[in-house]
Design a protein around this ligand. Structure first.
Ligand code: ADP
Length: 633
């Protein structure tokens, strides 16, 4: 029989190095990882057998067998699942395909190669965890329906061998040759059936197939009898009563089943009876996935029917904005052989999905009401998702309505998060609108020249710090009958008596300076749609406003980033009539509207307004030269 020696894929080798160099504090996890793989493999054949009974070839009872052996210093985990072909072994065991494992490596990379023990201890790395306790691992597997078996052997040091071999029945058998410290040692003895039994009860009790072991007893005459016992209760966690499940059990379950490395932030366990029957066990992971908002993120829930696994990542239950929810739905009302296409059209799926969404939103509202700090933690991780939900529901009144009270924004008042209800509650009687301002961070917004007057009058402003915020606000338009008003739109004006008076005065002044304003606009040759005087500036000389409707400057940037450069904001240059620069501008204008001095002056005013908005002028070198010549005068 030929023996082939192969190399691990580079990434796999790195992972193995980490595992083998015993960064794991919890040495026990290898067992639940291998048992879970065995259970997955049985799930696969079980599911296939529902439509193709022959694949079982008479061996219809599924089981996982765990055999610790002190004499050979081994522990063997066998299953009669689907097994693997030779090429599957190469692809599955020699390479890292699993997203959980990939995410694990990502995290390590992010941390600059440093690993936090606690984090590692909580994370499962699947099959490779065998090398935490074993100095050599053998995997013998035969795929259902095939006669050839293959044996994979490795000491976890970069290479593995493959050879053809014999195996009586389908499935996979993994033999771990234990490192000496795990055989009869003080801390660990993985050759002891009782120690292993405890581990199975602790980590793998809910596995849906029997996990069996041999237990040997010796009677008074020294005669040995071997008894085979099923160790796990086999009850899927989600079928148990909520009150009977301990928090740690839920936490373990999510970590394990959904490749989470931390206990979830929130768990939803619901059972519904009636016309549509289902059980759902969902969670909000503590941290948002790094790629949550990117197209390569795969959202969706696991789907079971009568506890039989049907599919992973079923997207049809929850709306896209709830993509951060992980978990499973088990419903007897769904046929076992349902296809993805049929699922999409299924009324049951839609009904279950609606109910789940409602439940999640209700729970979030409850947390907001009763546990503010926890809600703010949620909001920092997932607020963007909820805002995307509002923006996506622009034409769905009910959809928006359900979400609007979950929204939070940083407010100019102490720069803390606040809800729209809180903002409106604090509004003085005289204020009719909800003011908001966009910028990349709180410091930038608070320094905007338009903010000065608002601060002086004690008017609260909501900071729109994420590009999606403006889209959400635009979709909402109003909250509690109060319109949103951006302080950088041309129609912004405070509505107290003093502001109204200044506004009228400035309008008068604009009329008498009509020629000047027109000439400034001409000097900017088409860069702005209008030049006007504003009552909204105090010490600032200029600012940029955008049209009352249409894209804002932030939206323009977002569209440009999405390769839609034709969505341009209408730019309006606003001048402060009380600023010294305005006096100087008028003076220059009096000497002629066509002089280079006047034109340069107008240019530089506009450039200032652009810079305040964080926009680079089109001609930075020319601008620099203009400034240089001005400074040397
Ligand atoms: P994960 O289980 O997270 O996918 P693993 O490294 O544990 O990652 O396993 C990699 C792959 O190897 C599995 O996805 C599966 O295809 C295959 N595999 C592992 N153990 C078994 C087994 N007992 N039977 C059949 N296939 C297995």
């Amino acid at each position: 029989m030929s023996v082939e020696t192969l190399q691990f894929q580079a990434e796999t080798k790195r992972l193995l190095d980490l595992v083998v160099n015993s960064i794991y504090t919890n040495k026990e996890i290898f067992l639940r990882e291998l048992i879970s793989n065995a259970s997955d493999a049985i799930d696969k054949i079980h599911f296939e057998s529902l439509t193709n009974r022959e694949i079982l070839d008479g061996e219809e009872e599924f089981e996982i067998f765990v055999l610790p052996d002190a004499a050979t210093k081994t522990i063997t985990i066998s299953d009669n699942g689907l097994g693997m072909s030779r090429s599957e072994v190469i692809n599955n065991i020699g390479t890292i395909a699993q997203s959980g494992t990939k995410a694990f490596l990502e995290k390590i990379r992010e941390g600059g190669g440093k690993v936090d023990e606690e984090f590692i201890g909580q994370f499962g790395v699947g099959f490779y965890s065998a090398f935490i306790v074993a100095e050599k691992v053998e995997l013998i597997t035969r795929r259902a329906g095939e006669t050839a078996a293959v044996k994979w052997t490795s000491d976890g040091a970069g290479e593995y061998t493959l050879e053809d071999c014999e195996k009586d029945s389908r499935g996979t058998m993994i033999v771990l040759h234990l490192k000496p410290e795990f055989c009869g040692g003080e801390d660990y003895d993985f050759t002891s059936p009782y120690a292993i039994e405890n581990l199975i009860k602790k980590y793998s009790d809910y596995i849906r197939y029997p996990i069996r072991m041999n237990f040997t007893s010796t009677d008074d005459e020294g005669k040995e009898t071997v008894e085979i016992r099923t160790v796990n209760s086999m009850q899927p966690l989600w079928t148990r009563n909520k009150s009977d499940v301990k928090q740690e059990e839920y936490d373990e379950f999510f970590k394990h089943q959904f490749h989470e490395w931390e206990a979830p932030l929130e768990i939803f366990h619901t059972k519904a009876e009636g016309t549509t029957e289902y059980t759902a066990l969902l969670c909000i992971p503590k941290h948002a996935a790094v790629n949550l908002y990117y197209s390569d993120y795969e959202a969706g829930l696991q789907l079971y029917s009568r506890h039989v696994f049907i599919m992973n990542k079923c997207k049809d239950f929850l709306p896209d904005y709830l993509r951060f929810i992980k978990g499973l739905v088990d419903s007897p009302d769904l046929p076992l052989n349902i296809s993805r296409e049929l699922l999409q059209q299924s009324r049951e799926v839609r009904k279950i999905g609606k109910a789940l969404e409602k439940n999640i939103l209700k729970q979030l509202a409850k947390i907001l009401k009763n546990e503010r700090e926890r809600y703010e933690t949620f909001w920092r991780e997932y607020g963007k998702a909820i805002k995307i939900g509002v923006a996506n529901n622009a034409y769905d009144e009910k959809g928006k309505d359900d979400l609007k009270d979950l929204l939070m924004f940083t407010s100019s008042k102490e720069e803390k998060l606040c809800t729209l209800a809180e903002y409106v509650e604090r509004m003085p009687e005289s204020q009719s609108k909800i003011y908001c301002a966009s910028g990349k961070d709180t410091a930038t917004i608070s320094q905007m020249p338009q903010m000065e007057i608002l601060r002086e009058r004690g008017v609260e402003v909501l900071y729109l710090l994420d590009p999606v915020d403006e889209f959400a606000i635009e979709a909402l338009q109003k909250y509690a009958d109060k319109e949103f008003q951006s302080i950088t739109r041309e129609d912004f004006a405070l509505d107290d008596a003093e502001s109204q008076k200044t506004k009228t005065e400035v309008e008068e002044l604009s009329k008498s300076h009509g020629d000047l304003l027109k000439d400034v606009k001409d000097a900017l040759s088409g860069a702005v749609s209008e030049v006007r005087l504003t009552p909204n500036l105090k010490s600032g000389a200029v600012c940029l406003a955008t049209g009352a409707a249409g894209p804002s400057l932030t939206m323009e940037k977002t569209f440009a980033a999405m390769n839609n450069p034709m969505f341009r904001a209408q730019r309006i240059l606003e001048l402060n009539p009380n600023h010294a620069l305005f006096g100087k501008l008028s003076g220059l204008h009096a000497l002629g509207n066509d002089t280079p001095e006047f034109k340069n002056f107008c240019q530089l005013l506009y450039v200032q307004a652009l810079l305040i908005e964080g926009i680079m002028p089109d001609n930075p070198i020319e601008v620099a030269n203009q400034i240089a010549s001005l400074m040397s005068k």
